[in-house]
Design a protein. Structure first.
Length: 399
C-alpha cells in the first residue's frame, strides 16, 4: 500500500515538474519573441512641404536618396485625372502637373525640377524609376524600351535602348519596359531590372552603354515563357504559391546593390527577392507574403544604413506595408504600415529608400500619389511582427 502511495506521489510530482518546465519554456519563448530587435520608425506627417505653383503629383513611381541626402522623386504627370489638372486646361485656377523629376533637400524644400521630351533622346511614355549614381548623375527607367542618363540639372548624357525595338529577354542592345537602375561604383557598371515584359537583369558600362552580361531567375539564362498567364505586371491567373518558378515573373521590378557587393532583385509577381553576386551567381532568396496575387508583393528593396546593412526593407504595394528582413538570411522580423491615405498608411507603396541617418522614404503609385518620410528612432524590441501604422508619439507636444 505504502509502495503504491509512493508511486502515485512520484507520478504527481513528475507531472508538476513537467508542467512547470513547459510553462518556463513557453515564457522563455515569449521572452525571446519580445526581445526581437528591429529598427524603429515614426512617420513625419508634415514632410515634405506642399509643392509650389499649384503643382500636383501623379502616380509616383521612382525614388532615390543621393550622397547629399537629397530625395529624388519621379512621378507620371500623364496619369493625372482631368480634374487634377484643370489649371493646365484653363478651366480653373488649380491645378497643374508638376515636372516629372523632383529633388528635395532634408529641410523638405523643393530644390530642382525638370523632365519631359527633349532633343537627342526618347522620353518614355510612362515614367518608372530614378537613381542618382556615385558621380551625381541621374538615371531614369521607363515603360518603353530605354534607360536615360542625365546630369542632376537635367542635361541629357546617354540613352540605352530604342523604343519598340526589343527582341526579347536575350536581346543585348534593347530593353523592354525597364523598371530601375543600380550603378556599381567599383566597376562603373549600370544594372537594369528589365522589366515589365522582359524577365532579366542586364548590365551595361555606365559611361558608354556597352553591353556586359545578363541573367534571369536563379542566375539562369532568361526566356519569355509565361507559365502563369500573366498580364504584364499582374500575378498570372495560374500562379501557384506552392510552386517555385525558375524564371523571373512579370515584373522584374527593381535592382539594388548592397555595400558587400550583392545584387538584390525584386521579383514582384513571384512574391520574392532574389540575391546574386555581381556575375549573376545565385546566392539566396526571401519570399514576401507568398500567397499574394493581384500585383504581387516584392516591389522594391532598401537597406539600413549601419556599416553592415544588417536589415533589408521591402516595399509591398499589394499588402500596403513595409517588411523588415534580416539581410543575411532574408528572414522577416517585422512589418509596418496599413492600407489607407492618412500619414503612415499606404496606397500602393511602390519604392523605398533610406538616407544616411537611417530615415526611410517611400512613394506611392496609383492614387497614392505622394512621398512619405519615416524618421528613424533607433533599435527597439518588439513583441509582435505587425507594428501597424507608425504614428508619432507626439505632434506639437501633444498625443
Amino acid at each position: 500500500m505504502k509502495r503504491n502511495i509512493y508511486i502515485a506521489c512520484s507520478f504527481a510530482a513528475a507531472i508538476v515538474i513537467l508542467g512547470l518546465a513547459s510553462t518556463a519554456l513557453e515564457r522563455r519563448a515569449l521572452g525571446a519573441e519580445a526581445r526581437v530587435e528591429v529598427p524603429m520608425f515614426e512617420v513625419d506627417p508634415f514632410w515634405p512641404k506642399p509643392l509650389p505653383n499649384h503643382w500636383v503629383q501623379g502616380w509616383t513611381v521612382g525614388l532615390d536618396v543621393d550622397s547629399q541626402d537629397h530625395v529624388w522623386v519621379v512621378h507620371r504627370p500623364g496619369s493625372l485625372e482631368p480634374a487634377e489638372k484643370y489649371g493646365a486646361d484653363k478651366l480653373s485656377d488649380c491645378c497643374f502637373p508638376a515636372p516629372a523629376v523632383l529633388e528635395f533637400d532634408q529641410a523638405d524644400n523643393l530644390l530642382n525640377h525638370w523632365g519631359g521630351p527633349g532633343d537627342g533622346y526618347d522620353w518614355p511614355p510612362s515614367e518608372h524609376g530614378v537613381t542618382v549614381d556615385y558621380k551625381g548623375n541621374v538615371w531614369l527607367a521607363g515603360g518603353a524600351n530605354q534607360v536615360l542618363k542625365f546630369t542632376r540639372t537635367g542635361k541629357f548624357l546617354l540613352q540605352i535602348g530604342k523604343p519598340k525595338m526589343s527582341q526579347g529577354s536575350n536581346d543585348t542592345a534593347n530593353l523592354n519596359s525597364p523598371t530601375e537602375v543600380a550603378v556599381d561604383a567599383a566597376a562603373n557598371e549600370a544594372y537594369v531590372s528589365d522589366g515589365y515584359r522582359n524577365r532579366r537583369v542586364i548590365v551595361f558600362d555606365a559611361d558608354t552603354g556597352a553591353y556586359k552580361r545578363h541573367w534571369g531567375g536563379y542566375g539562369k539564362p532568361p526566356n519569355d515563357e509565361d507559365p502563369y498567364n500573366s498580364q504584364s505586371a499582374t500575378v498570372g491567373k495560374d500562379y501557384d504559391p506552392a510552386k517555385t518558378s525558375q524564371q523571373f515573373g512579370r515584373a522584374v521590378h527593381s535592382v539594388t546593390i548592397s555595400r558587400d557587393g550583392l545584387v538584390y532583385v525584386a521579383d514582384r509577381t513571384n512574391d520574392r527577392v532574389q540575391v546574386f553576386r555581381k556575375d549573376g551567381t545565385f546566392v539566396r532568396e526571401g519570399f514576401i507574403e507568398r500567397d499574394t496575387r493581384g500585383d504581387g508583393s516584392a516591389f522594391d528593396v532598401a537597406f539600413s544604413t549601419d556599416p553592415a546593412q544588417k536589415y533589408a526593407y521591402v516595399a509591398d504595394g499589394s499588402n500596403n506595408k513595409v517588411h523588415i528582413l534580416l539581410r543575411s538570411t532574408m528572414e522577416e522580423l517585422a512589418t509596418f504600415g496599413d492600407g489607407g491615405r492618412q500619414p503612415g498608411q499606404f496606397y500602393a507603396v511602390h519604392n523605398i529608400s533610406t538616407d544616411s541617418k537611417g530615415n526611410i522614404y517611400t512613394v506611392e503609385t496609383r492614387r497614392g500619389q505622394r512621398v512619405q518620410k519615416f524618421v528613424y528612432k533607433g533599435l527597439g524590441q518588439i513583441s509582435k511582427k505587425d507594428q501597424g501604422v507608425l504614428w508619432p508619439k507626439s505632434v506639437n507636444g501633444s498625443r
